[in-house]
Design a protein around this ligand. Structure first.
Ligand SMILES: Cc1cc2nc3c(=O)[nH]c(=O)nc-3n(C[C@H](O)[C@H](O)[C@H](O)COP(=O)(O)OP(=O)(O)OC[C@H]3O[C@@H](n4cnc5c(N)ncnc54)[C@H](O)[C@@H]3O)c2cc1C
Length: 416
């Protein structure tokens, strides 16, 4: 080890989401292993996040559509919020609950709502936020589908509307996986739980098909299932303007609804604008394949915040899957820098994708994207993927409890 053992090096990780937490856990493990070889070795690792939980976004649609008889909101939130202190505690990693305000990469300092934090190495993982592509009125007249409170608001708004009105119509904007999963689950919940007429649901997409990022087979299967559930699909509907209860397309067509939900896009966190690093035209930080910032070698960027080119003009997608694989690579590369070793390159791992389609139904896109599996197997696969993630960030029994309690609560809406 080349590190001077008298000066403890400090790694600060911004964000305890998919990327940040997986990086912190890997760093904690590396530190433990190193200390077994050399008891003098020390490394300070601190994770900073405004929340002390990691939001498990893949199951967020379950919160928006949770059964009416679940009245304990705290319990409901717990089903998708992973306690980061438990995850970090098992690896002796420090945690600071604070809002990150800016980064000064020249002086190696992070400014937070609780003061300044110095670092030797920084891993930036603040994720993303809703992006409206300049659609006038959309931010004001829709509920985004990004954070836990959005899901809770969607649920309570639908319940209130169903009590107040005879006929309710919901518009979901964006037919990527998040919009499709939400639309399918809302309709399933509605048919199973609501005693009177179910609310109408229109899924709007600017491109020519639902699930545009997948191949035709997946798109066809998705469309078929959405139609089966009674969802109206409006593709090639490029929204240019939104008003109270209305979305208007570039051809002048208007759709009206009682609730508009936006799942149409995200952009990298606006925190990056205060990071002292030059941003790419997509608002991310450009990284080498080692996930190291192209400008500051002691800064690593992962997850939705990173623009990581994997082929000519092809960048890693903004998914949890990428973030959890990038985290450990960034962690190992910090360690390599400490030891003055050459760095590891990040390689995209194709593990397929699962899209849930309402109730115990889903589409599994197998690695390579050529083959798909539909139906209840999709739901089982999703359960497995969820558990695998919980297990990587939590001790075994905690992971089992979280998975089981979430599954029990969320299956309440599902048809037998
Ligand atoms: C509804 C929905 C469903 C999704 N489903 C899937 C799916 O099924 N599969 C999949 O692969 N991906 C899915 N995604 C995408 C996935 O959630 C993101 O790609 C992933 O979260 C990115 O990980 P990250 O570590 O970059 O950011 P995040 O996981 O978002 O973590 C960022 C963290 O930084 C913290 N933070 C940000 N700014 C600040 C600040 N200023 N101060 C303090 N803390 C801050 C946040 O609190 C958060 O904890 C979904 C996204 C959504 C919205």
């Amino acid at each position: 080890m080349q590190q001077n053992d008298h000066t403890t090096q400090k790694v600060v990780i911004l964000g305890a989401g998919f990327g940040g937490l997986s990086a912190a856990i890997e760093l904690g493990r590396l530190k433990k292993r190193r200390r077994k070889q050399n008891s003098q070795f020390d490394l300070e690792i601190i994770v900073i996040d405004r929340n002390d939980f990691q939001l498990f976004t893949p199951d967020l649609y379950e919160i928006a559509s949770a059964a009416k008889d679940i009245t304990d909101e705290k319990k409901l939130k717990q089903a998708v919020c992973i306690d980061v202190r438990i995850g970090l505690g098992q690896e002796s990693v420090g945690f600071l609950k604070a809002v990150i305000e800016s980064v000064d990469p020249i002086n190696k300092q992070v400014l937070t709502s609780k003061g300044e934090v110095d670092y030797d190495y920084l891993i930036v993982a603040p994720g993303s936020e809703p992006f409206y592509f300049g659609i006038s009125g959309m931010a004001e007249h829709s509920i985004p589908f990004k954070w836990i409170q959005d899901a809770v608001t969607i649920r309570s708004t639908i319940q209130r509307l169903m009590e107040e009105k005879e006929q309710v119509h919901v518009i979901v904007c964006g037919a990527g996986p998040a919009g499709v999963e939400l639309a399918a689950e809302l309709r399933t919940m509605c048919e199973r739980i609501m005693s009177r007429q179910c609310f109408g649901l229109t899924l709007v997409e600017g491109r020519g098909t639902v699930l545009p990022q997948f191949n035709e087979r997946v798109q066809r299967a998705g469309y078929k299932r959405l139609r089966q559930l009674g969802i109206i699909v409006k593709s090639n509907f490029v929204i240019t303007h939104a008003e109270e209860g209305k979305v208007i397309s570039k051809t002048g067509e208007t759709l009206t609804g009682d609730l508009i939900i936006w799942t149409g896009g995200v952009k990298a966190s606006s925190l990056l604008e205060h990071s002292g690093v030059t941003l790419t035209p997509r608002g991310q930080i450009a990284v080498h394949n080692t996930l190291q910032s192209q400008q500051f070698p002691d800064v690593f960027v992962i997850g939705d915040a990173a623009e990581c080119q994997v082929a000519d003009g092809v960048y890693t997608p903004m998914t949890a899957h990428e973030a959890v694989h990038q985290g450990p690579v960034a962690a190992r590369n910090v360690f390599h820098l400490l030891q003055r070793e050459s760095l590891e390159a990040y390689h995209v791992k194709d593990e397929g994708f699962v899209i849930t389609m309402g109730g115990k139904n889903g589409i599994v896109v197998l690695p390579g994207g050529k083959y798909i599996v539909k139906g209840v197997i999709g739901w089982f696969m999703r359960q497995y993927v969820d558990f695998r993630h919980f297990r990587t960030v939590l001790p075994f029994m905690k992971a089992c409890t979280l998975w089981y309690s979430g599954m029990k609560m969320m299956s309440k809406n599902d048809p037998e």
